[in-house]
Design a binder for this molecule. Structure first.
Ligand SMILES: Cc1cc2nc3c(=O)[nH]c(=O)nc-3n(C[C@H](O)[C@H](O)[C@H](O)COP(=O)(O)OP(=O)(O)OC[C@H]3O[C@@H](n4cnc5c(N)ncnc54)[C@H](O)[C@@H]3O)c2cc1C
Length: 455
């Protein structure tokens, strides 16, 4: 008899787990109460990057003089932008559903919860009797939602989370962004490019507190160049709407006035109401489900993946976890090297300049007292960067001085999110710097800078 595998939550983790498990012969039911593709499709990766694509086009017109043009950008058409985002999301959801259904996955539209260790109850979206489904294995991949602090009352108009920003009905006159992590800086970039005056509240002394100082400095320089105000060492303690204004108060009594405020201070896991405790699944204080290297919870046949597992909160990592869960459910986990290595996951920040990194970071190596070789080449030396009129940024390659093995890298500059894949592949395949240096890259191409950094 086929393994009965039930998945609650159809984001990247759930979709990938369903596709892989059904390919491997499981009888798969995927329960999703909103959109297949998940928050990643509806609220996070897709709409934010669709807006950033428009913001990038606006930013390009500002730099057009570098290409011997003087393009003048009109006002962005926010209604058309909203429609475009919706269309992309709908198309992606439809293609996910089509692919899964063609593989035999049963998709149930409803809210799922465990009503025993081997039983899931699904309440249909359109009402009616709940359905009970028996399962040999269950994956909980219900994701997370934006964190709303007790000190802010979100009204979705003036006091917003990212979920109210795709796009707002008008470009904010003066947006205050609270939070300078990845999400915060991406929204600063996109709203600044679309024409808003932007103030960023930075709780420490640099934006992107978890990144190398050099990377943060490159982004801060660009923000300052485009007129973003950085308020550093400021911890917000309240954000209130006062008529048509918002007022943000910081711990040290600094008061900031703006037209809108956007909270980008992290997320909370969606673990409530899932029957986890009743099924014996451990949930930690923060609401995440602790998992082992196979994404198993303390109850071996109940898995958690994606944001709920409290690991790297990326759609790409969620999908990779989903694949590993499906392989484990189907008994294909025995080879050690099949474990997911979170340290080798590439990530990107879609600002201008773009930022991407993978593997070991310079600061991390120093903290570990590990000997490394660091080579850094600026895009200013690249023919392609000159041709494109954008020479900002650099490639930094980190390798083992004894063996030449590539350990990590950081790229700041145009198309960093695409270029990092070369270093990502080198890190996961344990290639040496010579392997990159001896590759014949296209000329002229930005990737040539990778070869230069590898020499
Ligand atoms: C603004 C923003 C931008 C981001 N951009 C990127 C990016 O560019 N690249 C990247 O890699 N990551 C990005 N991320 C992170 C990424 O979105 C998440 O890591 C990813 O969505 C997590 O996937 P998941 O599988 O955990 O589920 P999610 O995508 O969170 O989806 C979970 C699904 O579960 C469903 N669900 C919840 N409870 C139930 C229930 N009881 N029954 C049925 N269904 C349920 C929900 O409806 C939802 O569809 C971004 C995050 C944010 C906030």
């Amino acid at each position: 008899m086929a393994v009965r595998f039930v998945i609650i939550g159809g984001g990247p983790a759930g979709v990938e787990a369903a596709a892989t498990a059904s390919r491997l012969g499981a009888e798969v039911t995927l329960v999703e109460r909103d959109v297949v593709g998940g928050a990643a499709n509806l609220w996070d990766c897709i709409p934010s990057k669709a807006m950033i694509a428009t913001a990038g086009a606006v930013a390009l017109t500002r730099r057009s003089h570098a290409l011997a043009l003087s393009l003048v950008c009109g006002e962005p058409d926010l209604a058309a932008l909203g429609k475009r985002i919706e269309e992309i999301s709908t198309r992606l959801a439809a293609s996910n559903c089509q692919q899964l259904e063609s593989q035999g996955v049963r998709i149930l539209r409803g809210s799922g919860r465990l009503v025993g260790p081997h039983r899931v109850e699904v309440t249909p979206l359109e009402g009616g009797e709940p359905e009970l489904i028996d399962a040999d294995a269950v994956l909980i991949s219900t994701g997370s939602s934006p964190r709303v602090p007790a000190w802010a009352e979100v009204d979705g108009e003036r006091v917003m989370t990212t979920r109210h920003a795709y796009p707002p009905p008008t470009i904010p006159e003066h947006l205050i962004v609270i939070g300078s992590g990845v999400t915060g800086v991406e929204f600063v970039h996109l709203f600044r490019s679309l024409g808003a005056r932007v103030t960023l509240v930075v709780s420490r002394q640099q934006v992107l507190p978890l990144k190398d100082a050099e990377v943060a400095a490159a982004l801060e320089a660009d923000f300052l160049d485009t007129g973003v105000t950085l308020v550093k060492g400021a911890r917000a303690i309240s954000a209130d709407r006062v008529g048509d204004e918002v007022v943000v108060v910081c711990e040290d009594d600094r008061k900031l006035h703006g037209s809108h405020v956007l909270l980008a201070i992290g997320s909370v896991p969606s673990s409530a109401g899932l029957g986890l405790e009743q099924a014996g699944v451990e949930v930690n204080e923060a609401g995440y489900v602790p998992v082992n290297q196979h994404c198993q919870s303390n109850v071996p046949h109940i898995y958690a993946a994606g944001d709920l597992s409290g690991r790297l909160q990326l759609a790409s990592v969620a999908a990779a976890q989903g694949r590993k869960v499906a392989e484990h459910v189907m008994g294909l986990h025995t080879r050690e090297h099949r474990h997911l290595d979170y340290d080798k996951a590439a990530s990107a920040i879609f600002t201008e300049p773009e930022i991407a990194d993978v593997g070991l970071a310079e600061a991390e190596a120093f903290a570990l007292g590990r000997k490394i070789r660091v080579t850094k080449v600026p895009f200013a030396l690249s023919a392609k960067a000159m041709i494109d009129g954008d020479s900002r940024g650099f490639v930094k390659l980190i390798s083992d001085p004894a063996t030449g093995t590539v350990l990590g890298g950081t790229i700041v500059g145009a198309h960093a999110a695409e270029l990092i894949s070369v270093i990502g592949l080198a890190v996961s395949a344990r290639l040496r710097v010579d392997d990159i240096a001896e590759t014949v890259f296209v000329h002229p191409a930005l990737a040539e800078v990778l070869a230069a950094a590898a020499e």
